[in-house]
Design a protein around this ligand. Structure first.
Ligand SMILES: Cc1ncccc1N[C@@H](C)c1ccc2c(c1)OCCO2
Length: 115
């Protein structure tokens, strides 16, 4: 079947889903390590180890300033938050466990909403 070209309606509904997903992530009880940028002056080694820091407040700023061209770039930033967490934190640490829970929650929710 011919590939349906994306209409502006499609992208605005995708955008609405991104806002909703982000709001759910921010409200999650395990979101606390990811709400604001990691202060690399207060966390030894973070600046050197994590090449592309990302957090939910930065994603919200990018979303509200129309930085994301499509759904994929939004999802890529969300996953960057969790990949950074897995890279820097021990799996069984409080932050490591929070990151694992948030990633599972996100994967469940976006597949429910978008697939
Ligand atoms: C996601 C992440 N990965 C590695 C390190 C930190 C963080 N989060 C920061 C906000 C953070 C989370 C928890 C903290 C903290 C900072 O500073 C000291 C007290 O506990």
């Amino acid at each position: 079947p011919a590939r349906k070209s994306k209409t502006s309606k499609d992208s605005s509904s995708e955008l609405a889903v991104c806002h909703m997903l982000l709001a759910e992530l921010e409200a999650h009880r395990c979101a606390w390590p990811f709400l604001t940028p990691v202060n690399h002056k207060a966390v030894p080694g973070y600046k050197k180890v994590i090449k592309r820091p990302m957090d939910f407040s930065t994603i919200k700023e990018k979303l509200t300033s129309n930085h994301y061209l499509n759904l994929e770039t939004f999802i890529a930033d969300i996953n960057l938050v969790f990949d950074n967490c897995k890279k820097f934190n021990e799996d069984q640490s409080e932050i490591g466990k929070a990151g694992y829970n948030m990633k599972r929650f996100f994967n469940k929710r976006w597949t429910e909403l978008l697939q």
